[in-house]
Design a protein around this ligand. Structure first.
Ligand code: UDP
Length: 406
């Protein structure tokens, strides 16, 4: 069976037909995605399914990964933080190194394409160093909130943005005035992937046993890279507020680090220290291919937390909602698009708020189930991969039209 046909059952015949119709106008075109890591984080997650889907739709799709020395990732992590408004310290040597690594990668990577989609700031200077006859159009796909960046970071990136024909943001609130057309395309999840497909009950239970989690006792789960913005310490604080009332409560903090994130080890150390010797807090460092384990954890949770203080879109929230779990999420970024108070979960601003809302849900099984059902349908409607593909194809068609009109 063809890849796309498998999704018909989930999203309906019409949606798949629409995708094929849109893609017909782009048959034979070459699209290249460039990011900075093959594993870890939401971007890698999306590119993993998107490339084969585009291929099946008759578009030549490739995924290239920019690479550099460890210093490069420290600098681009600072860009990531600075774009989201956090103070950073960067020297002019750092900025030069960023440009230099882009220059080297432009020679190494195969960027020949009708459209190159550059994800986030790491590869943003590639257009400067790529002969203009190799690439038809450059599109910058920014995954984070760039509406209030710190000055030094934006001044540096602004120099690159002029080469782009268009930009794409996950939500309107993340954008900033730019000299090129802007598209808003929220991310999405693959409902049939190992991360999100339904799981045999025996596999779910075996996974819990292997992780030393008691399937009979209530479990709170947060899945996230060990990153300060994901606020794992706030999750532990919320759990500690609840524990005296629910002595049976367990908490799993599951994460890994992304290749392009050098701060992870430090955050993990703090988390371990905070967790101390509480046997009911499981801090799980999972290898990048642990999709079925994460799937089992999310399905086993009584409530899923994503207590971020700053967030791009928050695919972990989408994943949890799809599994029928109410989500208690930090009121930031794309979490606010997905978590609606009393409908799909609760937005919170502090560990105390998270504990308060969790307690409410622990007590109300009916409400949990109702919210879970609403969340699942909400994701089906708005945040499955077919919708995102449709948005991208529409954008590519409109860029293509523009090109042929010029
Ligand atoms: N993820 C994973 N292993 C981990 C941590 C996260 O596979 O140890 C996945 C998670 O399931 C989700 C993605 O990575 O699909 C994280 O995306 P999100 O948008 O939530 O956050 P980001 O890491 O991009 O900031």
């Amino acid at each position: 069976m063809k890849l796309l046909d498998r999704y018909e059952e989930v999203v309906g015949h019409q949606e798949i037909r629409r995708l094929r119709q849109l893609a017909a106008g782009l048959a034979g075109k070459t699209i290249v995605h460039v990011n900075s890591t093959q594993t870890g984080g939401g971007v890698a997650e999306i590119l993993g399914w998107m490339i084969p889907m585009l291929e099946e739709l008759g578009i030549n799709a490739r995924w290239e990964v920019i690479s550099g020395p460890p210093e490069f990732y420290r600098i681009t992590k600072a860009f990531h933080n600075g774009l989201q408004g956090r103070p950073v310290s960067l020297t002019s040597r750092d900025l030069d190194l960023h440009i230099e690594v882009n220059r080297e990668n432009a020679q190494r990577l195969n960027l020949e394409a009708d459209v190159v989609l550059v994800h986030d700031p790491q590869p943003m200077y590639l257009p400067q160093f790529t002969p203009s006859d190799r690439v038809g159009r450059w599109v910058w796909r920014c995954h984070v909130d760039a509406s209030r960046p710190v000055r030094i970071v934006w001044k540096h990136l602004e120099g690159a943005v002029t080469r782009y024909a268009a930009t794409v943001f996950s939500m309107a609130a993340f954008t900033r005035p730019l000299p090129c057309p802007m598209f808003v395309v929220p991310p999405s999840i693959d409902p049939l992937s190992d991360k999100n497909c339904s799981l045999p009950e025996t596999e779910r239970l075996d996974t819990l046993t292997r992780l030393d989690i008691d399937p009979e006792r209530p479990l709170l789960v947060q899945v996230s890279r060990f990153d300060r913005f994901k606020d794992p310490l706030g999750v532990i604080a919320a759990y500690r507020l609840l524990k005296p009332y629910y002595p049976m409560l367990q908490l799993a903090l599951a994460g890994g680090t992304a290749d392009d994130d050098p701060e992870g080890a430090e955050v993990l150390r703090d988390v371990m220290e905070q967790a101390g010797d509480d046997p009911d807090i499981k801090v799980l460092m999972l290898p990048p291919d642990s999709h079925r384990i994460i799937n089992a954890l999310q399905r086993s949770a009584i409530v899923v937390l994503q207590k971020s203080t700053m967030e791009g879109f928050g695919l972990t929230v989408t994943e949890a909602l799809w599994k029928g779990k109410p989500v208690i999420g930090g009121a930031c970024g794309g979490i606010t698009l997905q978590v609606h108070d009393h409908q799909t979960g609760f937005l919170v601003h502090s560990p105390a708020g998270a504990a308060y809302r969790t307690r409410y849900l622990l007590r109300n099984a009916d409400k949990r189930q109702r919210m879970g059902r609403t969340g699942h349908e909400f994701v089906r409607e708005h945040f499955l991969l077919t919708r995102q593909l449709r948005d991208y194809l529409t954008m590519l068609l409109s860029l293509d039209r523009q090109a042929s009109n010029n």
